[in-house]
Design a protein around this ligand. Structure first.
Ligand SMILES: [Fe+2]
Length: 160
């Protein structure tokens, strides 16, 4: 076992403790759980392809929407997730200080989809976009569609 299973288990418990605010959340807590797990899986695959640490990439993708989980709001949720991510990751006892900072930075940056950050940050952004697309969320911004097409091209090239 690696840290991803423990992290996802702890994050599920964290989601459980949030107020569901029925009908008032921008996204349901059920979606937060589903999107956590499938974004993490996609990030793992991307990290393997790109030579990044898959465990850290998957853990970062798993918690990337923690700001929305905590506030219930989509607007500004990436920035709002930075401190809660740090606190949550620290409380798990699974990560050292450097890893916590790397993951929390990826959480904070994940909505900046026109910008290009570290490879890990880009993996989290792309995994987010691709996962939402798979569940039928429309591309609400052109940069998301561009990311999706770039990812698809990469996949085609990799397959030869
Ligand atoms: Fe997301």
């Amino acid at each position: 076992m690696n840290r991803l299973l423990e992290l996802e288990t702890r994050y599920n418990e964290f989601i459980e403790r949030q107020d569901p605010l029925e009908g008032q959340r921008d996204e349901s807590l059920a979606w937060e759980r589903i999107h956590m797990a499938s974004s993490a899986s996609e990030a793992w695959r991307m990290a393997e392809e790109l030579g990044e640490d898959p465990e850290i990439a998957a853990c970062a993708a798993a918690v990337h929407d923690i700001g929305r989980v905590v506030t219930g709001r989509q607007a500004g949720h990436a920035e709002a997730g930075y401190e809660p991510a740090k606190a949550f990751l620290k409380a798990t006892g699974l990560f050292d200080e450097e890893e916590i900072e790397i993951i929390a930075a990826a959480v904070r940056k994940h909505s900046s989809k026109t910008e290009c950050g570290t490879i890990l940050e880009e993996i989290v952004k792309d995994a987010d976009v691709i996962d939402c697309f798979r569940f039928g969320y429309p591309f609400d911004r052109p940069e998301k569609e561009q990311r999706y097409h770039r990812w698809k091209e990469r996949r085609m090239t990799a397959k030869g």
